[in-house]
Design a protein. Sequence first.
Length: 72
Amino acid sequence: MLIVLQRLLDFLEDDPTAYLNEMQQFLYDEYELETSIATISCILKHAKWLRKAVQARAAERSELLRRAWQGI
């Protein structure tokens, strides 16, 4: 199950704005795993996943956004 969690976190690194229903669909598409949105939310909370942190990392990858944050 840890592999599934890591793949979900990798998915979120690639798409930090994904909604819970998109995460649910990802898990089904990849693993044929049917899970509730509440379960996904609980797992992410337990993994200390924060949308804010992921979005900041995604912004750091973007040259344009990185310059905007640095005031260049």
